[in-house]
Design a protein around this ligand. Structure first.
Ligand code: FAD
Ligand code: NAI
Length: 475
């Protein structure tokens, strides 16, 4: 006997679990299937984000930042500590506790919202009479039936050809978050978000970190001014970043890993490291979903094909998050999950792709929303730019962190904000104001006229908005 539901969600990451909660809130009898196992074999919902992504990486970034502050910044505040030691095992155990708190939190939310949770792999069996049969292969096998299915099966790390992840020497994000001792030398392939965040963690803890990037430009998707400042900061901190490389071979032995590559000049080089993190992007995951049973359409990258409303080629089958087009971000997955549940309920769920913020949690943090200066130029948009440095912000001086700036880009005629780019302290929090402003189609002048608390980092945002009209007050 199959169990009947209105909505079955496959995948319990940020896309899936949020979709399930919203569907249940809207009155649907909802199930969520997730196969992630904790180290005891029990359920660990939350997906990549909770288990091997956003949450554990930020836990390690925080620990390593404390260590870095104690080593390099306490003295300027008059605090002397003697030699500071890092217990890596304890740091990793703390990270695991933070992950478990989040897993447990999601199980609690399922109960609270009356979402039926199934631990195991979900796969399509068949479509019959307007209903879908989905099998759960877990401790026991069960079949669920529902009119609506939301697929939120996420993504996996992309492997470099000839360098399979062994999670001992050649590490994906998973192994990179479980390194047990500070490697003397750490190699990173790919200077994207994971490479920079994880490279920063281990650099702060004392590793000699070399990042090898295939493209000739650094952080190509980031505003050029910000990317330039970031490159300067990271290299000053000690990250070695080589751009324009071509990897030819990766050899893993008991001792470590040797990467052979040609540098930007085409010269043959070799890099010997104790561990190698490969962070060259992620691929959509539909493994084991048995899409063939129902004829679900995938594109050439393996992503589920969806329209702007997250509808697949099958009636009442939806897909959200990393498994579909668009940026691979937890908050994008969540927004799509909510919107789909609302569309199933006949409401007008909406995701504004133009106002999805990006954050890179390095130090300094990098955050942006909207278009970059190079995109505006390419699109032929007439714009005005305004920039304000944290060096001229009182709170940043008091914090002892004056790196970076806030940059506004506004339409030359209407003054509407087209993009905001921040590099500096708490950029991850500051960007929210810009997102709200852009959602409400605010002009730079709107922000410039709003009272911001003093002393606060957000005054740099106000000043950058004033700078659009060339009338900063404190610079
Ligand atoms: P996932 O989180 O991947 O969840 C998919 C879930 O589905 C998994 O639990 C999986 O086990 C399950 N599943 C798959 N197939 C099946 C099946 N057939 N049956 C049952 N269950 C199945 N994004 C941010 O916004 N901010 C960050 O700071 C950030 N940091 C990151 C750091 C790292 C190291 C990594 C790797 C990613 C990071 N991301 C971050 C990206 C973020 O993790 C993803 O965008 C997000 O998790 C996507 O959510 P999702 O629900 O689509 O998929
Ligand atoms: P990424 O797309 O951010 O960066 C990959 C980098 O690897 C690019 O610079 C690319 O040019 C380079 N590259 C690709 N192939 C290469 C090769 N063969 N040799 C050398 N360099 C090569 O991907 P990453 O860092 O793996 O992260 C995956 C995704 O996870 C991100 O795009 C993001 O969506 C998400 N994420 C988000 C975070 C956040 O929001 N703070 C943190 C970490 C990940």
């Amino acid at each position: 006997m199959s169990k009947q539901f209105d909505v079955v969600v496959i995948g319990g990451g940020p896309g899936g679990y949020i979709a399930a909660i919203r569907a249940a809130q809207l009155g649907f009898n909802t199930a969520c299937i997730d196969e992630w196992k904790n180290d005891k074999g029990g359920p660990a919902p939350g997906g990549t984000c909770t288990n091997v992504g956003c949450i554990p990486s930020k836990a390690l970034l925080q620990s390593s930042e404390h260590f870095d502050h104690a080593n390099h910044h306490f003295a300027e505040h008059g605090i002397s500590t003697g030699t500071v030691k890092m217990d890596v095992a304890k740091m990793v155990a703390r990270k695991d506790t933070v992950v478990k708190q989040n897993n447990d939190g999601i199980l609690y939310l399922f109960k609270k919202n009356k979402v039926s949770f199934f631990h195991g792999r979900g796969s399509f069996v068949a479509a019959k009479d307007g209903l879908y049969e989905v099998k759960v292969a877990g401790a026991a096998e069960e079949v669920l039936t529902a009119k609506h299915v939301i697929i939120a099966t996420g993504s996996n790390a992309r492997q470099l050809p000839g360098a399979a992840f062994d999670e001992e020497n050649i590490l994906s994000n998973d192994g990179a978050l479980r390194i047990g001792a500070v490697p003397k030398k750490l190699g990173v392939i790919g200077s994207g978000v994971i490479g920079l965040e994880m490279g920063s963690v281990w650099r702060r803890l004392g590793s000699e970190v070399t990042v090898l990037e295939g493209l000739p430009t650094f952080l190509g998707a980031v505003d050029e001014g910000v990317a330039k400042e970031a490159f300067k900061c990271f290299t000053k901190q000690g990250l070695k970043i080589e751009l324009g490389v071509k990897i030819s071979d990766v050899k893993s032995t008991k001792k470590g890993v040797t990467v052979s590559y040609a540098n930007a000049k085409g010269e043959a080089q070799e890099l010997a490291v104790d561990k190698l993190i490969v962070s060259i992007g992620r691929v959509p995951n539909t493994i084991g979903l048995n899409t063939e049973a129902v004829g679900l359409q995938l594109d050439e990258r393996g992503a589920i094909v969806v329209n702007a409303d997250c509808q697949t080629n099958l009636p009442n089958v939806w897909a959200v998050g990393d498994v579909v087009r668009g940026p691979m971000l937890a908050h994008k997955a969540e927004e799509e999950g909510v919107a789909v549940a609302e569309r199933i309920a006949g409401q007008h769920g909406h995701v504004n792709f133009n106002t999805i913020p990006w954050v890179i949690y390095t130090s300094p943090e990098i955050a942006w929303v909207g278009r970059t200066e190079q995109q505006l130029k390419a699109d032929g948009v007439a714009y005005k730019a305004g920039q304000f440095p944290f060096l001229a912000n009182g709170r940043a001086r008091a914090l002892g962190d004056t790196t970076g700036f806030v940059k506004f880009l506004a339409d030359a005629k209407t003054d509407e904000i087209l993009g905001v780019h921040i590099i500096g302290p708490m950029a991850s929090e500051l960007i929210s104001e810009a997102v709200v402003a852009m959602e409400f189609k605010a002009s730079a002048e709107d922000i410039a006229r709003i009272c911001h608390a003093h002393p606060s980092l957000s005054e740099a945002t106000k000043e950058a908005a004033l700078a659009v009209d060339k009338r900063t007050l404190n610079f």
